[in-house]
Design a protein. Structure first.
Length: 271
C-alpha cells in the first residue's frame, strides 16, 4: 500500500527526471539548476558573437545565428544554453556604422572568466558556438585550451560557417562568404524581417584578397566572398530553410561525436 510519504517521493523523483523547465541558464531558478548540473546535465552551449556590418542583414547576424543554432542543438545534446556573449573582437570592418570592436585584452579577460565560471558550475563539456571569425576564432581557441587544462573540462570551439562549408556547397551549388548567400540565408531562415533585400546589389560584394596580395582598412565591402564569382546573394526562402536545418544537424552531430570520443578516450573522468 502506498503511503503519502511514498507518493511524495515518487512525485519528486518524477519531477526530477522530467525535462528542464527551460534549457536557458538565465531562465532557470537556482534550485532547478542545482538539481540539473552536473547530475543530469553535463553539457553547456555558449554562443559568442559580435556586432559587425553584414551586407543587407542585421549588424547582429553573428549573434542571431549562434543563438539560433544553440537553441536547435540543446535538446539532442541534453545541454543547457549559457547567455550569449554579444560583443566581440571585430577585425577590418570595425569602421562601419553600428559596428563595435572590443579590445583583445578585454575580451580575453571577460570570456576567460565566463569559461572559468561554467567549469566551476560543474559542466563537463563546454561547446562554444561561435558566430564571428577573424581574430576572434584564434582567441577563443587559446582561451578554451587554457580553461580546459586549468579545470579538466572538455571544450569544443565551433565556427558554424566553416563546420558547414560542405553544406553550403551542397545547398547553394557554390561557396559563400561573409554576409554572402550562405550567411544571409541563415538569417533569412531565422527571421526574414532581418534581411533588407531591397538594399541588395551584387556591387556591394567583394571577393577576398588572395593571400598576401592586398589589404585594405577598413575593408571596402562587408560582403566578402570566399571565391571570386561565388556567394552573391540570391534570396531563396526554401534553400534558406533547408540550409538552417542542415546546419543545426551538422553542428549537433559534431558535438555528439566529439563528446563520444572524449568519453571513449576516458578524458577527464569525474574524480
Ligand atoms: Zn557574420
Amino acid at each position: 500500500m502506498k503511503t503519502l510519504a511514498g507518493l511524495l517521493v515518487v512525485t519528486a523523483l518524477a519531477q526530477a527526471q522530467s525535462a528542464p523547465s527551460s534549457r536557458r541558464m538565465d531562465e532557470l531558478n537556482w534550485m532547478e539548476f542545482r538539481e540539473l548540473v552536473p547530475a543530469r546535465v553535463e553539457t553547456v552551449l555558449l554562443p559568442t558573437g559580435t556586432l559587425e556590418s553584414h551586407g543587407v542583414v542585421n549588424n547582429g547576424a553573428d549573434i542571431t545565428a549562434p543563438v539560433d543554432i544553440a537553441a536547435g542543438m540543446a535538446t539532442k545534446l541534453n545541454a543547457l544554453i549559457a547567455p550569449v556573449i554579444p560583443y566581440g573582437v571585430t577585425g577590418s570592418l570595425d569602421g562601419y556604422a553600428g559596428t563595435f570592436a572590443i579590445s583583445e585584452a578585454a575580451y580575453r579577460a571577460y570570456v576567460g572568466d565566463v569559461l572559468d565560471g561554467l567549469a566551476r558550475q560543474g559542466f563537463r563539456n563546454i561547446i562554444v558556438v561561435n558566430g564571428h571569425g577573424g581574430p576572434q576564432t584564434a582567441i577563443l581557441n587559446s582561451l578554451a585550451e587554457a580553461a580546459s587544462r586549468k579545470h579538466r573540462v572538455r571544450i569544443l570551439v565551433t565556427n558554424w560557417w566553416a563546420v558547414c562549408s560542405e553544406i553550403t556547397l551542397k545547398t547553394f551549388g557554390e561557396d559563400g562568404g561573409h554576409a554572402g548567400w550562405n550567411e544571409t540565408a541563415m538569417i533569412q531562415a531565422i527571421d526574414p524581417k532581418l534581411v533588407k533585400q531591397e538594399r541588395y546589389s551584387d556591387a556591394l560584394a567583394q571577393p577576398r584578397a588572395a593571400e598576401g596580395s592586398w589589404a585594405a582598412f577598413p575593408f571596402p565591402s562587408s560582403i566578402i566572398l570566399y571565391q571570386p564569382g561565388q556567394g552573391y546573394v540570391k534570396f531563396d526562402q526554401a534553400k534558406a530553410d533547408a540550409y538552417r536545418k542542415a546546419v543545426i544537424e551538422r553542428m549537433t552531430t559534431l558535438a555528439i561525436e566529439t563528446i563520444e570520443k572524449w568519453n571513449r578516450a576516458g578524458l577527464y573522468e569525474r574524480r
